[in-house]
Design a protein around this ligand. Structure first.
Ligand code: KG4
Ligand code: ZN
Length: 362
């Protein structure tokens, strides 16, 4: 089955042609990163206008690179949420129109499900062993989900209560004047930084209140992993960490080394929480695989840390087979659409035009 996927939920305009949910025939991504670097972040109206300008050429190129004519496509897949309303609207309008005039099934895809299914791209379905625990960490969302079997819906186990991990990377990079997107910039400069034991940044572990006062936040992580403390929740919170970085930067002129040190400390603090919660969830649910997904899964330090914990648990770690499948892309949307279609093909026999849902949950 050939699916044309389209993605415009944030600041990447993307289209892809994917066969049977995993074989990527083309994946075209027009990034707006340079445009948003000027403002240090995404301005929704600017993003939406840029989508309108490039969406049709991006779709045409995806078809051309796949050597596929629109007539040969079996279904059209589109991200309808969560994301920026005005950005989502561009893709959804184009997909509604394409599906109507070409008389093809239209499959609405949840962006988070797309990130989860990115780990199936260029892999054999049978390779994956369940239960799978997936960490999705992006600019707009941050979840831990459980996939109990190939057929079941992902179950949400934890999500961010404030900023997503990628958003925290972007905001801290802005405070340190490192540019946009912040994740890769922080990862790069953090390599030059060093950690000092007495300037620990706080981790929001979400422990019972009376316990958290007794240990510093690094010791808490060690105790959690050793099973000597338990969490109240698998949710995340990064706003306290971000505020602490702001406090250390405010009204000071940091030199390059101090910036690198702070970037390194920040990265370690975020990764400590993400990797430890992933370890605890995977142990609790006796997962056979851990998957990393979303823009932050491109981070090598995160991968290394999670690799260490999955080796301790004796389970497989997977991340998307290409870096370009970590950040927003349309191949993952086509991949997720294939999975949805296989489950309930009848649902898509009669064309139902889609609305955007910016606050869609997994
Ligand atoms: O999945 P994505 O492309 O878009 C959303 O759905 O939000 O994720 C983008 C986010 C940005 O916040 C970016 O800073 C972060 O992923 N990111 C990284 C890295 N590469 C991208 N964060 C940490 N380390 C990276 N190497
Ligand atoms: Zn995303």
């Amino acid at each position: 089955m050939l699916i044309l996927g389209i993605e415009t939920s944030c600041d990447e305009t993307a289209a892809a042609v994917v066969r049977d949910g995993s074989e990527v025939l083309s994946s075209v991504i027009a990034s707006q990163a340079t445009l948003h670097a000027q403002t240090g972040g995404v301005v929704p109206e600017v993003a939406a206008r840029a989508h309108v300008e490039v969406i049709l050429p991006v779709i045409e190129r995806a078809l051309a690179e796949a050597h596929i004519d629109l007539k040969q496509i079996d279904a059209i897949a589109i991200t309808y949420g969560p994301g920026l309303a005005s950005s989502l609207l561009t893709g959804v309008t184009v997909a509604n129109t394409l599906a109507t005039f070409s008389d093809k099934p239209l499959i609405g895809v949840n962006h988070i499900l797309g990130h989860i299914r990115a780990n199936w791209l260029e892999r054999e379905e049978q390779e994956i062993q369940y239960p799978v625990v997936t960490l999705t960490a992006s600019g707009g969302h941050n979840e831990i989900v459980l996939l109990e079997s190939a057929a079941t819906k992902p179950k949400l186990l934890g999500e961010t209560r404030d900023d997503a991990a990628g958003e925290a990377f972007d905001k801290v990079a802005r405070m340190l004047d490192l540019g946009y997107p912040g994740g890769p910039a922080i990862e790069k400069i953090a390599k030059l930084g060093s950690l000092s034991a007495d300037s620990l940044l706080p981790r929001a572990w979400l422990l019972p209140k009376d316990i958290s006062r007794n240990f510093n936040s690094v010791e808490v992580g060690e105790r959690l992993r050793a099973g000597r403390l338990t969490l109240t929740s698998f949710d995340f919170s990064f706003s306290g960490l971000k505020s602490e970085v702001r406090r250390r930067v405010q009204n000071k002129k940091l030199n390059q080394q101090q910036i690198a040190n702070l970037a390194a400390e920040f990265q370690v603090a975020v990764v400590d929480v993400l990797a430890t919660k992933l370890f605890l969830v995977s142990k609790h649910y006796q997962a056979k695989e851990i998957h990393l997904a979303g823009g932050v899964s491109a981070n090598k330090f995160l991968r290394k840390q999670v690799q260490k914990y999955s080796a301790q648990l004796g389970i497989t770690l997977r991340h998307p087979t290409k870096m370009s499948y970590c950040t927003d892309n349309a191949a993952m949307i086509a991949g997720a659409a294939h999975w949805l279609y296989q489950k309930t093909p009848n649902k898509y026999q009669k064309l139902k035009l889609l609305d955007v849902d910016p606050n869609l949950n997994i």
